[in-house]
Design a binder for this molecule. Sequence first.
Ligand SMILES: [Zn+2]
Length: 898
Amino acid sequence: AQGRSRRKSMEEEPPEPPAASPVLPPRRHSLSQDDGDVATAEEAERHNAQEEREQIKPLHDFKVQAGATYHLITASWWREWSDFVGLQDSTSPTGAPPPPIDNEDLFEAGSSVHLRKGLVEEQDFILLTQKEWELLSKWYPGSGPEIARRGVLDGTYAKVDMYGLTLLVYLHKSSDPPKEMVVSSAATLREFKEMACREFDLEPSEVRVWDYFHKKLHKTLETPGEKLKKSQIINNNDILLELKDEHGKFVLKGNFQHSYYRSTGGENTVVNSSRSMGRGLVGLQNLGNTCFMASTLQCLSNIPRFREYFSSGVYLKEINRQNPLGQEGKLAEAFGDLLRLMWPSSDGDMVSVVAPRGFKYQMGVFRPEFQGYQQHDSSELMNFLLDGLHEDLNRVPEPKPYVETVGREGPDEEVAQFRLSQYRRRNDSQVHDLFLGQFKSTLVCPVCGNISITFDPYNMVSLPLRTHSEEMLTMYSVKFWRKPTPQGPRECSMLRVGVPKGSKVAKVRQAIAEQAELDPNQVVLATVRNGYCYNIHEDAGSCEYNASSQTFFAFEVANAAVFQRYLRPTAVSELSAVTVYMKHPNSPKAPLSYSAAAAQKPSPDPILFNHPRSTTMNEIYQAVASQISPDMDPSAIEIYVADDRAYRVEKTGGVIPNNRDPVKGGLKERLGLVVTFVDPKSLVTTDIPGLEPEETGANGGASGSARGNTLSINDCFDLFSTPEKLSPEDSWYCPKCKNHVEANKTMQLWSAPEVLVLHLKRFSYSRFFRNKIGKAVSFPLEGLDLSPYVVGPQSTGAQPGGAAAEDASERPPLLYDCVAVSEHMGSLGGGHYTASAKSCEDGKWYKFNDASVREVTGSSVNQSGDAYLLFYVRRDAQEEAPQGETKVEEEEEEEEEE
Ligand SMILES: [Zn+2]
């Protein structure tokens, strides 16, 4: 979603300043408003804030174009700079200019090549045009490292290719290790060749470039205008540069030809042919954030009847190359090719790891969102993949018959049957034979009682984990610091608050205040990372970023309004907003690094409090000491002045004296202080709250907090079929009232397919972000009885049209057994997918984690709490299926086909 949302979020995010913007204090590095500070003034003079603003502002209003170059910079710098020049509100310049741009926090620890995964635009980085970067890096010399990226076309809109491809480039006949190059997947082969030749100092006409994937010569990359992506070059691909021999000739031949290639165009490659654990126990190499794909593929490949259809080659007879909705069979071929590698017909061909390169490529052709190397939702892939395979294997020849879509009156059984047969006249495939079920959805008009019933096909059932009204809320995790009392130190607790979707910051503060039994004006909402308070949230701002990955921090203070820049009391406050950072005595002046990776150890959470502006030096000491701990002796600490964000301690300033002198002119409105301890040992004692490292990850998001709140799969089915009142936006047109009404809607399973895929709705969506519900869901591995939830006739296909029993208790059980589970752990962006599946070869459970496969116990599968997609097979269908292998002789099939 990088790139395309940038305009939107630019408009949404910044808080709206009131018409009369308050003039901010002129300097940041001093304790009081009118203290002089020569160094800062000089520094500021080199910068013309107004000019910087006026030059950058028009440039920053851009749309990402394919082919253009963009620059990433760290968002924290941009925020500081925006404040400095008054980008949002065009106020006159205030405070000191920011230091040079330091993009260090955008890279993975220890790397200056690889960007951190899961970076979010506006939150972590800002996109600049080439021109903006040139100007800013000229004004702020020493800025860097430079991060230039290309705009690429993603479907119909352009986005910035954030991560690019990392290629390992080998020189033929050289024993040197490969060189690592990061290039855009949109680069052409010619551009890449030129780059590589520059890197190795070679003449392009003397060089031939090879796709050297897994150090095997695949093919030459010599179509100049073709893009790397099109050539199926993937992340961490090996590349070989071949030089002409002494006769001026290229001699290498692409001799690596795997027998599985056939003419499918699929190039799923055997990575490791040793140590195979058995048929189907094959790892899938991660091609760069493709664990969601591996997880889905492993689950599908362990559905016996589905897998056999492909691994036996039967599917080849049913490929429909004419279907305009399909991929001319290429997706089915790439999928089938992969399953045949994973499930070879004889033991001799067994391999242990496969790189699903050909499959990934075809999936990306079918659905462009899967082209890149971003993490995706495995349920989305499932949906699209089943759909794509169905179309490629649709038995209905072109042209498909025309069918009426108009409704039909009659008993439910008749209408449902009619709708299904209409649908199946155009859609008939093995995929549907196994996965297709029907929903019954009932709408009731609240005005006239008119009822409308529809029957729609499905291949997956999405089960809610929350009630409909809960769905409408965004939940936030909040680390809340209560201020100290004369009896005890400040206390920390974790809160969960829910606010209606799209709520502004003010609502979140209100919700926290309610839980903490405080006035909303006693709650400051902030984002704190590794002890650095890098944002105090303004009431008018949006808070959706935090829902996705982070925990909000909230602080109890006397007057929260003073902490907000734009929403301050009309009268000048008597109070100052003070932020205190606790640091090691050896390095009081070291800047706080808000990237935990760069910091040597976790920093304690800051302290926020209000202090009278008219005060003395020793009153400040007393106040800070009592904020740390009620029995802290003020002489045990030293206080330095920092800017109001405490980025750095003032260069020229030292310790502020602990004496009775009044602060001339009074404290400034917002003040940053750095505190160190005279005795370094006080820093390591754990009796000072906030100094111990956090026990749980701050990015726990929704996951950690809902512990002990386990749902059963039956609860989820109950939530699924609970009637809900449609919102005004989704209102239904009642044909009887001839009006839009907020109808009551009920969803039910009319029929359940042989292979039932249950999707636990862990991700709730908002405009920009997804929130994860971390509730554990219990489910049986064997004998899930669906009879209470299937409202249509429970035929198994053998006895069509059996009458529906009114009383669920009279029905025979409809039993399903679990064969595979797709699991998701962590937050969405940075999370990871695995799969657990039951081998039909030995009946044991295995855990598939990218390339690794290991045996696990069944109980570990349904007790992990990470289950996301559940794959169930109807028991009577398993019994129905012939025992043993139903394989059609592969070679014969091939001949028949040709
Ligand atoms: Zn009506």
